[in-house]
Design a protein around this ligand. Sequence first.
Ligand SMILES: [Zn+2]
Length: 196
Amino acid sequence: MKILIDNGHGVDTAGKRSPDGSLREYSYTREIARRIVQALTAEGFDAERIVTEEEDISLRERCRRVNAVCRSLGSKNVLLVSVHNNAAGSGGQWLSARGFSAHVSLNASDRSKRLAKCLWQAALDNGLRGNRSVPAEMYLAQNLAMCRDTLCAAVLTENLFQDNREDVAFLLSEEGKQAVTAAHVQGIKTFIKQNQ
Ligand SMILES: [Zn+2]
């Protein structure tokens, strides 16, 4: 199984930071994506980031990169996780929403839904609980280009809220980075095991 990790936005994407500027989504998700790829590779999995540039790469180009891999290896042999930080507002103030969520597209395949469930369960197991209810199906369906326009199992993870003070403190701690990384690594491994 080829594991593709997308780290979302770029250094030039407007907004996408904590109100105090201590967390910037493009930078945080790149660090987490690197850690996920490193951890999976160390365990013998075939994982890579699809965006190694610092600047924003268009959704169209990111989907093109994923689909090129899908066409060469077969869609069933590829999975994609796009790593993000959530926000309850537009970034100007601290708000109360906390926690992790896993998102699929409105046209999601059963495989994408299963991958989302594996990731959400692993997030809960790693303490990324938050203060909102977890849906029974363990995914949220939304119109998301990275999931909608890619040919493989594809999930977008929102890793806590960049406009919640407690979430940001945890995200920026070494403990937090390890928990977010472990949630992805475990979730992906569970999904692969189920698909063997
Ligand atoms: Zn984002």
